[in-house]
Design a protein around this ligand. Structure first.
Ligand code: AQP
Length: 338
């Protein structure tokens, strides 16, 4: 295998831990589709091994994995053009993950803010898997020699760690085997914020359902959530600069821009100066127009779980065809007798 020559390849994953949000759509899946349309090789994964770093009911995990696959496909990911699969069907992820557990340093892992956020005050009681999560994530990416990973801003630190692991492996074994993967954090909605608090990420685990738009919310619910979204009393400013100190207003305009494939400037040219009473219904209408067909298609796909499973099985076969030789070569480099 040629080392140090890496063809462009895109990998990204989402946890099937239930409750898909507009943040997952705009920050991840919509951009996965855009990458697919650029014609590069794309792999998209339901990272079920990551999901079980916190307790998952087994039946719910199975349902959520299929639902996530349905979400990706309904959003425009074509399983013929992209490789769509679930992580646990490709054992090379966990195998490389173990090697990376031996490369990553405790000090690096302790700095991961997502662990601190998710473990909270009860870190002693968190699973070892939750602590080691970023090493497995590095394996998810590097088992394909992926060069680019579209993610939301919250994943930036994990991508830096992926590069640190690749660099340390390459250095320790005197090879140039793993690429320095680039995060692709682009577009207007790399961090969709809570509808109740403009300083917090929109997240499936927020206790308030009003803080997020769920994929699957009906038109009335979407309209109600935007109507009740927290804002200041002023109308929207005329220009993007005027949004600088107005986190909630900025978030709503960013959602509007991302849903309509507009830049922030283009969005402001349309809605700048409007009072929220005028802008919010307009935003809700656009969200319903874009999200309702995805929800309907998800429901249709979920009626045929055998079809989803067939797509995932086929995707796993294709993924293993890439991952297998990379794992073999890694084992050779590390010194495993084969
Ligand atoms: N609010 C967001 N804005 C932009 N991107 C987002 N992503 C998630 N929330 C936002 C992106 O979605 C991808 C997959 O995320 P995930 O479900 O695997 O993990 P997560 O980031 O832990 O999702 P949540 O909803 O925030 O879950 P909890 O509540 O459990 O923490 C990633 O690319 C992520 O950037």
């Amino acid at each position: 295998m040629a080392e140090a020559s890496f063809t462009p390849r895109v990998f990204s994953g989402i946890q099937p831990s239930g409750g898909l949000t507009l943040g997952n759509y705009l920050g991840a899946v919509k951009r996965f589709v855009e990458m697919q349309e650029r014609g590069v090789e794309t792999l998209y994964c339901m990272v079920d091994l990551h999901a079980i770093t916190v307790w998952q009911d087994p039946e719910a995990l199975r349902r959520n994995t299929r639902q996530l696959a349905a979400f990706m496909i309904a959003s425009g990911i074509d399983p013929e053009r992209s490789i769509v699969f679930n992580q646990s069907q490709v054992p090379e992820h966990a195998q490389l993950g173990w090697i990376f557990n031996c490369v990553a340093r405790m000090g690096w892992m302790k700095r991961m803010t997502q662990f601190k956020d998710k473990a909270g005050k009860n870190a002693e009681n968190a699973s070892l898997g939750l602590f080691g999560y970023p090493a497995l994530m590095a394996a998810d990416i590097l088992i394909y020699h992926a060069t680019h990973v579209p993610v939301g801003e919250d994943q930036k630190q994990h991508l830096e760690l992926t590069r640190d692991i690749a660099a340390k492996f390459n250095h320790d074994y005197g090879v140039e085997f793993f690429p320095m993967t680039e995060p692709v954090i682009e577009g207007v909605a790399t961090k969709v914020m809570s509808l109740r608090d403009g300083s917090k990420k929109m997240s499936k685990s927020d206790p308030s359902d009003m803080s997020r738009i769920n994929m699957g919310d009906d038109a009335d619910t979407i309209a109600q959530k935007f109507r009740k979204a927290r804002t200041d009393p002023e109308p929207l400013p005329e220009t993007v600069d005027g949004l600088a100190d107005r986190a909630e207003a900025r978030n709503l305009v960013a959602i509007y821009a991302a849903l309509g494939d507009r830049t922030m400037e283009e969005a402001m040219a349309e809605v700048g100066g409007q009072p929220f009473a005028q802008f919010k219904p307009r935003l809700a209408d656009l969200a319903v127009e874009k999200l309702a067909p995805i929800s309907a298609e998800m429901t249709r796909l979920m009626d045929d779980p055998a079809q989803i499973d067939a797509i995932l099985n086929r995707g796993a076969e294709r993924a293993r065809a890439i991952a297998g030789p990379i794992l073999d070569r890694t084992y050779d480099i590390v010194g495993m007798v084969r």
